[in-house]
Design a protein around this ligand. Structure first.
Ligand code: ADP
Ligand code: ZN
Length: 630
């Protein structure tokens, strides 16, 4: 083989434009791409939706064009490889995957393509990559100078600290040992220092350049509502703000997932359950429907979501508290990958705090692990309890300084409607002394209901039974509503002044309770808000509704809307033909731009974002015809 000219940065822009139909790199993409083209190793930390794929796809294409052969992409997501490869093939990039879903014949065919040097990108699961067979094939390619790069996607899977740890990832350091000159890029959307250090160490990336992007997702609007009647609140949120939208609802248990999905179906919302207890086939089917159909609501445990690259997820709702801020950020990050507004909505209440604390306490893990988990939970709780900008707090957790998101178009709930606060120090002292009195009284302990009854001076049977009307704290908190008492107690637990014990979640003081009893700390709490029903036509940047109830991403006039819907019908046919999700054929945003500009030449069509040379060649004429027919 004659050695082709080395790829340059001008060629990366050409590839971006011609292959993917995009006019400019985003953020650090350009730098990362050039670094890799020049055979540097890289660790890329970029939020979901930031554009990680192009960071290795563009170099893979550039290096392949320069005669440097195959790029191998390691991904744990077997179920998504088909679509990832499909997305490359429709833009004219020769790609394939090897995994256990293929027949022997299919596998052999792909291996031939791979060994011939024709293949540009190959997706494999880590356990596959490190088989003797695969390594000897890679050896052979390497000897012929046909191994262009390794991309290790979802690299946080190598870290035991993370929630997605995979044993197989540990074996990936073989790549460095065996092929030290082949550039490697590791990518993740997990941002904490511990995980980062783990990735560098375990994948032997100490020489790699680290690219850290801002973790702000400006199009995501964060909101936390106090759990009152969670189902009603959720339904109102869905009906008022997300009719016909695709979204994800996270629940903690499989049972709750099943029940919630069934209940939503009964309410006329297309909802599907997803959790590890379901049959693989059912899970696969539900995931496919979520990706391929419009407006499906996935009700899921955390088993769902990694690698889901559906761009138009319009909301991510949490009916239960996630484990920590990392999980919250990852899960909510699955909304709005297309850059259009999306909601991160969470309902949160006293029982969440109690449950999460108890799960940690009762887990069989080592004490230092538990301590770490508790610290992380505390950080999440203070985000949930915050009365200032949630975005600022979220970013601060990842070590990023920012300014409040203000009352802009897509801000957080606290910035949009600053919550009223009240000085709850006195109330907190009353609650703590009441718990103390119980204890003093023959070491008794009680849960939330009875505690509030005593504080508010209610003459219940239980009060009579224990003679609690004679306690000095009986009725000292009658001026505070029951709802407010719950908030006070939730915060006292969240902040670690009170802990709950046993089957009945009875209260006990911790050693730090003294600080409040002595008046050393002040507690400023948000007032329980009555849920404000938001005006339906609030400024969400939505256009006129389409017939299906789902708005196009741009405000389109009537004629354009007709074109948009016609393009969607056409796209659905193409997607079905290739068995690919519609968004892989074209994003909504691309269709909307076509509908608005109504180009009448191939050249004009080719200038639209998301229309590369191959798609223009494959579909250009058809699209012009669809536009012309309207
Ligand atoms: P990540 O893997 O980081 O979550 P993706 O690689 O899936 O993100 O990219 C998110 C979306 O942004 C995709 O739809 C992708 O096509 C789009 N995108 C990425 N980079 C660019 C760019 N430079 N210009 C326009 N769109 C881009
Ligand atoms: Zn804010």
């Amino acid at each position: 083989m004659t050695s082709a000219a080395l790829p340059s940065s001008s060629c990366s822009k050409t590839i971006l434009h011609d292959v993917f139909g995009y006019s400019a790199f985003r953020g650090a993409q350009a730098e990362i791409v050039d670094h890799l083209i020049n055979a540097g190793d890289a660790l890329v930390l970029m939020p979901t939706g930031g554009g990680k794929s192009l960071c290795y796809q563009v170099p893979a294409i550039a290096r392949h064009r320069a005669g440097q052969g195959l790029a191998v992409v390691v991904s744990p997501l077997i179920a998504l490889m088909h679509d990832q490869v499909g997305a490359l093939e429709v833009v004219g990039v020769h790609a394939a995957f090897l995994n256990s879903t293929l027949t022997l014949e299919q596998t052999q065919k792909i291996e031939r393509e791979m060994m011939s040097g024709r293949l540009v990108l190959l997706y494999v699961a880590p356990e596959r990559l490190t088989t003797a067979r695969m390594l000897s094939q890679l050896d052979s390619l390497h000897e012929r100078g046909l191994l262009s790069l390794f991309a290790i996607d979802e690299a946080h899977c190598v870290s035991q600290w993370g929630h997605d740890f995979r044993e197989d990832y540990l074996a990936l350091n073989v790549l460095h040992e065996r092929y030290p000159q082949v550039p490697r890029i590791a990518l993740t959307a997990t941002a904490d220092d511990l995980t980062r250090a783990d990735i560098i160490e375990r994948l032997a990336l100490s020489e790699a350049r680290v690219f850290i992007s801002s973790f702000d997702r400006p199009n995501i609007r964060y909101a936390v509502v106090e759990k009152d009647e969670a189902r009603k609140q959720l339904l109102r949120f869905l009906q008022d703000e997300h009719e016909g939208d695709a979204g994800i609802i996270y629940c903690q248990s499989r049972k709750k997932v099943d029940e919630t999905a069934a209940w939503l179906e009964g309410e006329g919302i297309s909802a599907l359950p997803y959790h590890a207890g379901l049959d693989t086939k059912v899970r696969r089917l539900h995931q496919d429907r979520f990706l391929r159909e419009e407006g499906i609501v996935m009700v899921a445990t955390i088993a769902f979501g990694m690698g889901i690259d559906k761009p138009d997820v319009r909301f991510v709702a949490h009916l239960d508290l996630p484990k920590n801020i990392e999980s919250y950020y990852q899960e909510t990050g699955r909304g709005g990958r297309d850059g259009l507004p999306a909601d991160a909505w969470m309902a949160y209440g006293l029982s969440d705090v109690v449950n999460q604390r108890r799960m940690i306490d009762e887990s069989p893990a080592a004490e230092d692990f538990k301590r770490n988990q508790r610290g992380k939970l505390d950080a999440l709780l203070s985000l949930a309890e915050a009365h200032d900008c949630r975005r600022v707090r979220l970013l601060a957790y990842f070590g990023e300084k920012s300014t409040p998101c203000g009352s802009q178009h897509n801000a957080c709930d606290n910035c949009r409607h600053p919550p009223a606060t009240w000085d709850a120090t006195e109330a907190a002292r009353k609650a703590l002394s009441c718990i103390y009195r119980f204890h003093e009284n023959r070491g008794q302990r009680f849960g939330v209901v009875h505690l509030i009854d005593v504080l508010r001076g209610k003459n219940t049977d239980k009060v009579a039974q224990y003679g609690h009307q004679s306690l000095s704290t009986f009725g000292i908190g009658a001026d505070v509503s029951e709802a407010q008492w719950r908030v006070v107690l939730r915060q006292l637990i969240a902040l670690g002044y009170v802990q709950t014990e046993g089957e009945y979640n009875t209260f006990e003081l911790t050693s730090s309770a003294r600080q409040i009893l002595r008046g050393e700390v002040q507690m400023l709490l948000r007032k329980p808000s009555e849920v404000v029903k938001r005006n339906k036509s609030s400024p969400r940047g939505k256009g006129t509704m389409s017939s299906k109830g789902r708005p196009p991403p741009l405000a389109l006039n009537n004629q354009a809307l007709v074109r948009f819907n016609a393009l969607k019908v056409w796209r659905a046919k193409v997607a079905q033909e290739y068995n690919l999700p519609a968004f892989i054929v074209f994003h909504d945003a691309t269709l909307a731009e076509m509908a608005q500009l109504a180009p009448d030449t191939l050249t004009a069509l080719g200038n639209i974002t998301g229309v590369g040379a191959k798609k223009l060649e494959s579909y250009g004429q058809e699209i012009l015809r669809v536009l012309n027919d309207r």
